[in-house]
Design a protein around this ligand. Structure first.
Ligand SMILES: Nc1ncnc2c1ncn2[C@@H]1O[C@H](COP(=O)(O)OP(=O)(O)OP(=O)(O)O)[C@@H](O)[C@H]1O
Ligand SMILES: [Mg+2]
Length: 236
C-alpha cells in the first residue's frame, strides 16, 4: 500500500471575490483513513471542500490529490482521478425514483446492474423503496441514496459535507457505520461536520478549522477534549 497521502493541502488560500475565506490551510489526509474536518459556522469548511473538488480555485497554495498537483484540474478530471463529493444538503433528484437516481450514477462503463447491487446490498432499505420517488424518502434515506450514488463511482477519496445535517442520531450513526466500512475497504474519506460526535466516533484523525485556518490536528479523543476551547478561542 502506498503511504503518501491521498490529499494534501499546503498553505491554501481561497476567496470569494476580494473577501478571503481560507487564510493558508494545511491539511493532510492519509490513504485509507477517515479524517473529520470540524469547525464552527462560517469557518470555511464547505469552501475548503469546494477548493478540493475544483468548484473554486485556490488563490494560492497547493492542492495535491494522490501526489498530483490538481489546483487547476477540472471537476471532471478530478472525478476521473477518483474524487467524489457529496455536497451539503444531499444531492438526489426528488422527482426520479431511487432506481432512476442510481441509474444516473452509472456511467463510464459501470453497468447499472452493478450500481443497483452495490447500493441495495449496502442499504437494503433503498432496495425496498427502489420504485419510490426520491423526494418521498426520509432525510436519512435520501442521504443513503446520495452515498450510494457516490459509491457507484468507486471513489478513492470521498468528500462529505455535513452528513448528519437535520437527521436523527440513530440514522447518523448508521450512515457513519457505512463511512467506517468504506474506510476498511480502502476508501479515504474527508468528512465535514459542525457537530462533532458522530464524525469523531469513526474518524482516525480530526482537524479543526477556525476562521479559515487549521488550528488543531490530532486523534479524535484529543480533538474532542479540546473542541470547546478551540471553537471559542480560535487559537491553539
Ligand atoms: N458563495 C459565496 N460568496 C461569498 N461568500 C461566501 C460564499 N460562500 C460562503 N461564503 C462566506 O465564506 C465564509 C465561509 O463559509 P463556508 O460555507 O465555507 O463555511 P462553513 O464552515 O462551511 O460553515 P457552515 O458550518 O455554516 O456550513 C462565510 O463567511 C461565508 O459567509
Ligand atoms: Mg458548510
Amino acid at each position: 500500500m502506498r503511504n503518501d497521502p491521498i490529499l494534501e493541502l499546503l498553505d491554501v488560500h481561497a476567496a470569494y471575490g476580494r473577501i478571503e475565506v481560507l487564510h493558508g490551510v494545511d491539511l493532510t489526509v492519509p490513504r485509507g483513513s477517515v479524517m473529520a474536518l470540524l469547525g464552527p459556522n462560517g469557518a470555511g469548511k464547505s469552501t475548503l471542500l469546494k477548493v478540493v473538488s475544483g468548484q473554486l480555485r485556490a488563490t494560492s497554495g497547493h492542492v495535491h490529490l494522490g501526489g498530483t498537483h490538481v489546483n487547476d484540474a477540472s471537476p471532471d478530471a478530478l472525478a476521473r482521478a477518483g474524487l467524489c463529493t457529496i455536497p451539503e444538503g444531499r444531492s438526489v433528484f426528488p422527482n426520479l425514483t431511487v432506481t432512476e437516481n442510481l441509474r444516473l450514477a452509472a456511467y463510464g462503463g459501470v453497468p447499472a446492474a452493478h450500481v443497483y447491487d452495490v447500493a441495495f446490498s449496502r442499504f437494503p432499505r433503498l432496495g425496498e423503496r427502489s420504485n419510490q420517488l426520491a423526494g418521498s424518502l426520509s432525510g436519512g434515506e435520501q442521504q443513503m441514496l446520495a452515498m450510494a450514488r457516490a459509491l457507484a463511482t468507486n471513489p478513492a477519496l470521498l468528500l462529505v459535507d455535513e452528513l448528519s445535517m437535520g437527521l436523527a442520531p440513530l440514522i447518523v450513526k448508521e450512515l457513519y457505520e457505512v463511512v467506517a466500512a468504506l474506510a476498511e475497504e480502502g476508501v479515504s474519506v474527508l468528512v465535514v461536520e459542525q457537530f462533532a460526535d458522530a464524525a469523531l466516533a469513526v474518524a482516525d484523525r480530526a482537524a479543526v478549522l477556525v476562521h479559515g485556518k487549521v488550528v488543531a490536528t490530532g486523534g479524535p479523543d484529543e480533538i474532542a477534549a479540546d473542541l470547546t476551547h478551540l471553537y471559542l478561542g480560535g487559537a491553539p
